[in-house]
Design a protein around this ligand. Sequence first.
Ligand code: HMG
Ligand code: MG
Length: 296
Amino acid sequence: SLPKNATIIEVGPRDGLQNEGKLVQTEDKLQFISALQKAGFQEMELTSFVSPKWVPQMADSKDIVAGTEKMGRQFVLTPNERGINAALESGAQSLAVFVGVSNTFNQKNINKTTQESMAALKPLVLDLKKQNVFVRACISTAFYCPFEGAISPEATIDLCREFVDWGIDELSVADTIGMASPKESYDLFTKLINEFPEVLMTAHFHDTRRMALANIVSALQAGVTRFDTSAGGLGGCPFAPGATGNVATEDVVNMLHRMDIQTGIDIDLLCTAIEKIEPYVTNPVTTGMYTLYKNR
Ligand code: HMG
Ligand code: MG
């Protein structure tokens, strides 16, 4: 049976913008974030404390955290000790670490093998948990890798188990290149929820092959009630060739509401937030609900 409520984690300011070629001004990002807050998001990824050489768009992470009104749970991504320290100094209270199941992808994304990443992250995450910081782990290439192809569910589950053993609060399990099918989504999330009932389980779908809405329905059927989505369907990982945007928040929220699953998000206010960022991104936003909003 389907849940009565679902939680949407808006990742537009981070995943949505990180791959944007044109540098968006900090003030314009802050206007976008503030408009998203008005639409009702209680959880959001704001930015990343990563190397500005690797991801120039996220170079203003400190100013983004400082300029954002505290509201609900606000994540920042951190790849290493330097990022974690900078994030905590900036006032961030919820952190996201990220690792790929695929070694090749992890090398391209973080310049370490998956094992090297996990060895480096372990003491850092244990320390954060001692300090009672909320930590989520983003698991990239959980279904498919652009370099290695299909990833076995066992490999994804094993990596998740390490994080769960460290006391992680949430797993965000990602279809980085939008290749999973609804059957694969159902099967993996059924296994994950069965294995790890003690953590928050979140599904992160990119919509490269337009299967993301179907994957969300099948994840719901598997028991997932938390979804990472991006306003306007913006986004993609710069180190995953062929990856396009995240599933669009407005289309997910509309679908969930039509299924009598409440999210607390106001779609019109969400569309006004998209209107604020659209002039600064390369591609026009053509999602279902945003198109209807503009033609109203
Ligand atoms: P590296 O080159 O191996 O690291 O990069 P390094 O230690 O040699 O440092 C290189 C330079 O970066 C140095 O500067 C460091 O000081 C600096 P230089 O001395 O040359 O001037 N540096 C930093 N600067 C700011 N903040 C830091 C930091 N660390 C080092 N934290 C590194 C390793 C991890 C830094 C790099 O690979 C990196 O930044 N990668 C980030 C990649 C990224 O952001 N990817 C996108 C997010 S993940 C994603 O989108 C997937 C997800 O959405 C789920 C899904 O869909 O799959 C979450
Ligand atoms: Mg992503």
